[in-house]
Design a protein around this ligand. Sequence first.
Ligand code: SF4
Length: 233
Amino acid sequence: MTERRSPEDLLSVADRGELDLAGASAEDLIAWAAQEFGDRVIATQSMVNAALSTLIAIVAPDIPVVFVDTGYHFAETMETLERVRTQTGLTIVSVSSPLSVEEQSEQFGPDLWSRNPDLCCSIRKVRPLEAVLAGHNAWLTGLRRGTVGTVRDTRTIAYDSKKNIVKISPLLDWSDTDLAAFAAEHAVEINPMVSQGFPSIGCRPCTRPVVPGEDSRSGRWSGFDKTECGIHR
Ligand code: SF4
């Protein structure tokens, strides 16, 4: 395996990449990540749509893709995951908390999400993801500007000092129209809930449909002053 690089090196690579690849296509950004980071780049894929996985399958299918399985996903999300595996041919690895949903309930009481969603997200999403990112120099995300979790993401390539990793978001500037055009051209798998009023899909207890005119993010953690799971902090 290639070496784990120093924070200074990763910061320098991110700054140089952000300048050199300004305006580059998503395909070019993924190809750059594969060349620059070799076997130390990893991608994460939520199962709202599989645009990132589809691009990786086309450009750099050796990049490993992970899905964070919280144990609370909708059946439609898990079915989408299986279809994406089949359609892309990628080995998508599911990662999850060492604490099962039942063990979490025993330790913290039932329905932790209803009392302390930050702690629940930390246990079920953030820590499992950070554990898998820890051995890598770069992280490809499917973030798009204006969607959940992008409040702090203004750069396509940035050094994340908290996670000590270069974070690359090839779809950051894609509009809904861009996504729809790519999805139509490449038969991208899309979670069927998207067309049923769920533009943003997380865990079952913390996701509700939105009505026309509502912010697409308002269906997440409804009733809480919480807009992101903490993965992108
Ligand atoms: Fe828990 Fe809700 Fe976060 Fe899922 S989205 S990990 S159920 S708090």
